[in-house]
Design a binder for this molecule. Structure first.
Ligand code: SF4
Length: 578
């Protein structure tokens, strides 16, 4: 990973490839890399779909090595959804493959002169860019099948569906999993639209002939990796709960806590929760021949993923994540797993963010477009987005746009991005993260649910404002650093409670690079990333007024606890005052 691959899609005579040394970006990976490039090279006031924006794709620091859990990849740019800096990360195979090909980042820049669509093929011999308009309008699954036909099945793909081509603000960048299915997505913030604006449909990676990245100190690396894996396996969340039931293990937990946003954030409990819980889902998957425990990339030892089969036992989609099941389920009053799985498949294929689309449909239901609980109606709405009808384009632009169009007051967004599956009135720590994150409402930016609800890393009462600022601040800092290492965020459950497992991650990184990182260096890295992102957003026009939750969270009490969001504006302004 000693070079950056730059592709100018607007160059005279067609796309132009250059490889540049790392320079100022040496030692960075994942989110640190994407945010550094975006904050240095993208004018904050540029249009997200214009020539000056860049799409940056960067493997994590440890990707491509034998380190467990190191397959996360970051995508960055100026977000068409929020108007601020964006980093969305994903699992899947491309991170490992791109890292082994030697690239610390791919940067798509410039603006094509016409609407030609391109595919990019990268292997050990170099980079080949080919116009291919036969890919126009194809879903992610069909694109990957075509690439398999052209390049064989030893590849990994990064692609967009029709939503990205249409430049919809809820569009994703898809990454293939171990079975070469486009099931993993950098979902948030509409980065698929940025890839679409560059005229790139798919990037095909083939690392045949390239070895695994080698650590500086092999023996220390092996020892640290063993301790790292042992720590993850011995933790009850990463060793038992997530592997057995996937992220959807959270449905019953959040519902019990009265923090499960239901009927577009009107209530905190959903009567149909048991029918769509992780426990029910795992049983159903296993009974149909699917898998309840599965890794999204090689080297994952938690394996929170799974495969969901239809009633006839055929693969339908990957195991829908908790946030997807919530977004298309309880939030819309839908309690049918098969319908939710179908929506997950449609989102993946069209290239839409499941969280944004579920929240959007919830808002549309509140606006009277269809009734809560209408599963077929919700499926039809996603298809509208895929077809690009005027209604579909409104929905594919996200919850904020849709709420305006349908005259809805209760629109659960921050900085234009929809909130995920945790009500900030009943999990006030996550409310602080939603309000203040550089990314818009994003649970992964500082997952206070772990401490508020699961008592990981201590306990802070979820219903009260006390202690939430410090909790969110510390988590946002740590998360920014983890997002840079390329380890899946779920490792946080183990490292927050097991100091020796955190130390193992440091030892792993140090043995790989020959560094001497200490815990405080990780904190400094996290702070540095957040500062870059905050500075970009400020230059793009964001003020403290953007670090707020929508008004209704303060004046509409959430049953069953009948609580409102109690953290004051003055307190929110202290999150980044470290
Ligand atoms: S824990 Fe889950 S999301 Fe994380 S790498 Fe493994 S399968 Fe992917």
């Amino acid at each position: 990973m000693d070079k950056v691959l730059r592709i100018d899609m607007g160059a005279d005579g067609g796309p132009k490839v250059t490889e540049t040394p790392l320079g100022d970006y040496a030692g960075l990976g994942g989110r640190a890399m994407t945010s550094a490039i975006v904050s240095k090279e993208v004018p904050p006031l540029c249009h997200p779909l214009g020539a000056d924006n860049k799409l940056v794709i960067a493997p994590g620091m440890l990707s491509g090595s034998a380190a467990a859990m190191s397959g996360r990849i970051s995508v960055g740019g100026k977000s068409p959804l929020t108007g601020g800096i964006k980093e969305a990360n994903s699992g899947g195979q491309p991170s490992q493959v791109l890292a082994r090909l030697g690239y610390a980042a791919i940067v798509l820049e410039g603006q094509p002169k016409d609407d030609t669509l391109y595919k990019i093929f990268i292997n050990k011999d170099g980079v080949k860019i080919t116009p291919d308009n036969s890919l126009k309008g194809l879903g992610n699954y069909a694109v990957v099948e075509k690439m398999k036909g052209a390049y064989g099945d030893k590849i990994a793909c990064i692609s967009i569906g029709p939503a990205g081509e249409m430049k919809l603000a809820a569009s994703t960048v898809a990454f293939t999993d171990m079975e070469l299915r486009p099931t993993r997505h950098a979902g948030r913030g509409g980065l698929g639209a940025v890839m679409g604006s560059k005229g790139v449909k798919v990037i095909v990676l083939d690392d045949t002939g390239k070895p695994m990245r080698a650590p500086k100190d092999l023996e220390k690396f092996k020892a640290a990796n063993k301790q790292w894996v042992d720590g993850l396996k011995s933790n009850p969340v990463t060793g038992q709960g997530l592997p057995a039931y996937g992220t959807n293990v959270l449905t019953n937990i959040l519902n019990e806590a009265g923090a499960y946003p239901t009927y577009n954030f009107k209530e905190g409990r959903f009567a149909g929760a048991t029918k769509i819980s992780g426990e029910t889902q795992a049983e159903l998957e296993t009974s149909r021949g699917g898998l309840a425990t599965h890794g999204c990339h090689r080297g994952c030892v938690i394996r929170c993923s799974g495969t969901y089969h239809d009633k006839d036992g055929h693969f339908l989609t990957k195991q829908p994540e908790y946030e997807t099941v919530w977004a298309h389920g309880g939030n819309c009053g839908i309690d049918d797993l098969d319908s939710i799985a179908r929506m997950d498949l449609l989102d993946d294929d069209i290239g839409l963010d499941t969280i944004e689309m579920g929240a959007t449909i919830g808002v549309a239901m509140e606006g009277g477009l269809l009734k809560f609980g209408d599963a077929q109606g919700a499926i039809n709405l996603i298809k509208e987005a895929g077809k690009g009808t005027p209604l579909g384009r409104i929905l594919g632009s996200g919850a904020a746009v849709t709420g305006k169009v349908f005259g809805v007051e209760r629109i659960p967004v921050v900085k234009g991005q929809a909130m995920p599956a945790y009500d900030p009135r009943a999990v006030q720590g996550i409310g602080v993260t939603y309000a203040t994150s550089t990314q818009g409402a994003d649970h992964t930016a500082g997952y206070a649910v772990a401490t508020n609800i699961m008592k990981v890393g201590g306990f802070v009462d979820p219903l009260k404002p006390a202690g939430q600022i410090e909790l969110s601040r510390n988590l946002q800092i740590t998360t920014a650093a983890i997002d840079s290492m390329g380890t899946c965020l779920f490792v946080a459950f183990a490292i927050m409670d097991q100091p020796e497992t955190f130390q193992a991650l440091l030892d792993l990184t140090n043995a790989f690079f020959g560094f001497n990182l200490k815990a405080e260096d990780v904190t400094e890295l996290g702070k540095k990333i957040l500062k870059m992102e905050r500075d970009f957003n400020a230059a793009a026009g964001f003020t403290k007024a953007h670090d707020r939750l929508p008004e209704f969270f303060k004046n509409q009490a959430l049953p069953p606890h009948n609580v409102t969001f109690g953290v004051t504006d003055e307190e929110l302004d202290q999150v980044f005052n470290w």
